[in-house]
Write a new protein. Structure first.
Length: 164
């Protein structure tokens, strides 16, 4: 990877750009889920506004050489495990096609894991074979193969601990 990337928190003033990227992401995702557009031709995202009002949600842009290239939405989940009452989760992860297969997604995911030490859960739809391959490889590399994987409710779920 010879392109400089950065991860930047999306401010309230920048949320329109994130909303546009979410439309591209959702369109890509229709390969795996039968999403429909509304009467305005938009997919929408039910949790969008919550990223600026709920402290357990974190929106980030991915930039390559200063230009928008994708986004990461991180959320905190509650857990019944007394050792890990909170679990970080990748809610959505999107790298524009132009920047895929360059190692950027892997580098970004590793940086996000480092930014939020503790328990993690990452899931993919079981029919999204490319995403499963990406996340398995990224998490295996990040954790030196110290992660667990399970299948549940049509999802493949990886869990692991990110150390500070």
């Amino acid at each position: 990877m010879n392109q400089a990337f950065s991860i930047e928190r999306v401010s309230f003033e920048q949320k329109h750009a994130l909303k546009q990227l979410l439309e591209l992401y959702t369109y890509d995702f229709t390969e795996f889920e039968p999403f429909e557009v509304d009467d305005d031709g938009l997919f929408g995202y039910d949790y969008f506004e919550k990223y600026w009002v709920e402290p357990e949600r974190h929106p980030f842009f991915i930039k390559i050489n200063g230009k928008l290239a994708g986004f990461v939405l991180v959320r905190m989940l509650t857990s019944s495990d007394p050792d890990f009452p909170s679990i970080h989760s990748i809610a959505e992860f999107f790298v524009m096609k132009r920047y895929r297969r360059l190692g950027i997604g892997k580098a970004v995911s590793h940086q996000i894991f480092k930014m939020f030490p503790g328990a993690w859960e990452v899931f993919q739809l079981e029919n999204n074979v490319p995403a499963i391959g990406f996340w398995r490889a990224s998490i295996c590399d990040y954790t030196a193969n110290h992660y667990q994987e399970r299948q549940e409710d049509g999802k493949v779920i990886q869990t692991f601990i990110s150390r500070p």
